[in-house]
Design a binder for this molecule. Structure first.
Ligand SMILES: CCCCCCCCCCCC/C=C/CC(=O)SCCNC(=O)CCNC(=O)[C@H](O)C(C)(C)COP(=O)(O)OP(=O)(O)OC[C@H]1O[C@@H](n2cnc3c(N)ncnc32)[C@H](O)[C@@H]1OP(=O)(O)O
Length: 280
């Protein structure tokens, strides 16, 4: 459950530019939200060790954090990870392998919700990709309007490599950034791009050396909109994204997911993949 702890104070504990400004914190164990009072930008940081795999609880907290950013009328939101080498490992395999059926339904519904809120948000969004971002991790980053990534990492929709299929709204999200042909090739291959390649093709906008620089670049991007009327910007962004958003038939997508994930060969594949991750 989202129990925001909101305090207003000067924070000598935070690094770099954030430390200079009074910040409001709305934090839970899994998601930390800090709003810089000077810029009005919220930094939403995922914090689920070891790899920020997206389980039901993390997704619920992300969903609540997005509501809070919207409600607080923040100038924008930066999505980041508290981990040194992983942005997010994507969906938590344990939610889909030998699942409890009621929880599985909740899990997928909440993932849809997070995507609808993030991809469809009116406020400006940017991702500080300070670690690997496979599959669902890539989806979160791609749902933002701008991506800044550290070198020598990987990002992509690798689902076919796992013997599963990325839902069509994952594909639409990549199509919002890359040409359709490039997306088809990336998805059919289950391609994980290096930071450098992702930058070359436009999946990532900038490469920087540190997380602090990534946050600073994301802030600069969001501040580009400082003088653009908020509502006009929001409606323009949402018009561009409306087709993808409306294409998601939540109920049909849920039924399809539940049916497919419960197929014995899919369960077997997920089990083998999970074991291979553990043996690594
Ligand atoms: C014809 C058939 C059609 C069938 C259609 C079926 C369609 C149904 C399904 C539809 C759903 C589709 C959507 C899927 C989207 C997804 O997001 S799937 C998840 C994909 N994610 C990955 O492939 C990432 C896997 N992880 C990694 O690559 C690496 O862990 C990492 C690069 C992120 C980090 O590497 P490193 O720092 O070296 O950590 P590790 O030692 O690998 O991992 C540490 C620890 O975490 C566990 N773990 C890693 N990833 C996950 C995960 N996604 N879920 C759960 N757990 C994970 C890993 O096992 C380690 O655990 P232990 O410490 O060993 O216990």
């Amino acid at each position: 459950m989202f129990l925001p702890r909101i305090v207003k104070r000067m924070s000598p504990l935070l690094g770099s530019r954030m430390s200079l400004n009074a910040c409001r914190f709305a934090s839970t164990d899994l998601v930390r939200t800090e709003v810089d009072d000077k810029t009005g930008i919220a930094v939403v940081t995922m914090n689920r060790k070891p790899v920020n795999s997206l389980n039901l609880e993390l997704l619920r907290e992300l969903s609540s954090a997005l509501d809070a950013v919207e409600k607080n009328k923040s100038r924008g939101m930066i999505l980041a990870s508290s981990l040194d080498t992983v942005f997010s490992a994507g969906l938590d395999i344990t939610e889909m392998y030998k699942p409890d059926q009621a929880r599985l339904k909740d899990f997928w519904t909440t993932l849809q919700e997070v995507w609808l809120k993030l991809f469809g948000s009116g406020f400006p969004t940017a991702a500080a990709i300070n670690g690997h971002a496979p599959a669902g991790g890539c989806l979160l980053a791609m749902s933002c309007e701008y991506r800044v990534m550290r070198p020598n990492l990987t990002i992509g929709l690798n689902e076919t490599q796992l013997g599963i299929v990325a839902p069509s709204w994952f594909m639409s999200t990549m199509e919002n950034i890359l040409p359709r042909r490039e997306v088809e090739l990336a998805l059919t291959l289950g391609k994980m791009f290096s930071t450098e390649k992702a930058h070359e093709i436009g999946l990532v906008d900038e490469i920087v050396d540190t997380k602090e620089e990534a946050l600073a670049k994301c802030t600069e991007f969001i501040q580009l909109f400082a003088r653009v009327p908020r509502e006009a910007r929001a409606l323009t962004k949402q018009s561009f994204r409306r087709e993808a958003l409306q294409k998601l038939d939540r109920d049909q997508d849920l039924q399809m997911f539940i049916y497919l994930v419960n197929q014995p060969q899919v369960q077997k594949g997920l089990g083998l993949y999970f074991e291979s991750l553990k043996k690594k």
